[in-house]
Design a protein around this ligand. Structure first.
Ligand code: URA
Length: 319
């Protein structure tokens, strides 16, 4: 037997740089094992393809909006009820479809799903796998994915909206590394430029804040990983921190957060059209700490939500 595992070379169109062109059409899985399962239990969503009629529940989904916090994604779902003119029958309320699991929240408003992904790559990766499988079992078609988040900006007024055109890791490498069967696999994190520009066009119509497109650095840690001096540990100087932040800024990094690399890599691998749109809540060239008031933070966090809501309304011909 060979010492190295054999990885399946699954049929998928790539250009010579290895880039998979995102496409409309049915959600497909690059996993030959799934169709052979007797039951596919989506454990963290508390759903299964046998116990639930997934095509009836989710077959009309066209937009999946992810965000870190369960509360924020509940509020986004409530907001989308008004945006899509959905009528909730008297005496009923929106409810969390995955409530039995208490790991993530999942709301559906017409063709829109609002899903929380928690903090960091491991948490996002789990829910991304399960949502993608759920949409596959539901026979969904022409689905777009969005991550609506918060981030630390570089040289930007806090409250600026950043749309990511490339996600990079803490070493500025544009792929997510995953230790798989004892080896490091590198999954490229390409994003759809066309979708970025459509979102930017909507964002720039709002004169109260800037909407910019650029690189996002994704780290595995909020403190030392993002060159903060205010964690429980720190072994570098203020000068080292500033030199690093200025260096990455000069290389086109506009913001730093903790999920974009995984989101872009998984969406790219699934060939789904996707975008990452984050507000900045601090200018990291000026401060490590986030000191804006709760009300201000709420308003900033609504900016990406409003841009994506407008995009969805346009796609659905509501405006
Ligand atoms: N999220 C991050 O990961 N970093 C920040 O500085 C702000 C939000």
């Amino acid at each position: 037997m060979s010492e190295f595992p054999k990885f399946l070379d699954l049929d998928i169109e790539k250009d010579i740089s290895g880039r998979i062109t995102p496409r409309d059409g049915p959600i497909t899985l690059r996993n030959p094992h799934i169709p052979k399962l007797k039951e596919d239990v989506l454990y963290h969503l508390n759903l299964s393809d046998k116990a639930n009629d997934l095509p009836a529940m989710f077959g009309d989904v066209k937009f999946v909006c992810f965000g870190g916090s369960p509360k924020r994604m509940e509020k986004f779902a409530q907001f989308m009820v008004g945006q899509l003119n959905e009528k909730i029958p008297a005496g009923m309320t929106l409810s969390d479809i995955s409530h039995g699991s208490d790991r993530y929240v999942l709301y559906k408003v017409g063709p829109v799903l609002s899903v929380s992904h928690g903090m960091g790559i491991p948490s996002l990766s789990i829910v991304f796998h399960e949502v993608l499988k759920m949409l596959y079992h539901a026979d969904c078609k022409d689905v777009k994915f969005f991550r609506l988040g918060t981030s630390g900006g570089l040289g930007l007024e806090p409250g600026t909206v950043v749309i990511t055109d490339a996600a990079v890791d803490g070493l500025l490498r544009p792929y997510m590394e995953v230790a798989t069967l004892g080896m490091i696999l590198q999954h490229p994190a390409f994003l759809d430029r066309d979708l970025c520009e459509q979102l930017q066009e909507i964002g720039t119509k709002n004169q109260q804040y800037e909407t910019v497109i650029g690189k996002t650095m994704c780290t595995y840690d909020f403190y030392e990983g993002q060159a903060r001096l205010d964690g429980a540990f720190c072994d570098f100087t203020e000068e080292d921190k500033m030199a690093f932040l200025k260096r990455i800024h000069d290389r086109g990094v506009l913001n730093i957060e903790m999920e974009s690399l995984c989101f872009a890599a998984m969406a790219h691998r699934a060939a789904v059209k996707s975008a990452i749109i984050c507000c900045t809540i601090v200018d990291r060239l000026k401060s490590d700490q986030i000191t804006a008031s709760h009300e201000t933070l709420e308003e900033w966090q609504e900016r990406p939500q409003k841009i994506v809501a407008k995009f969805i309304r346009k796609q659905l011909g509501i405006e």
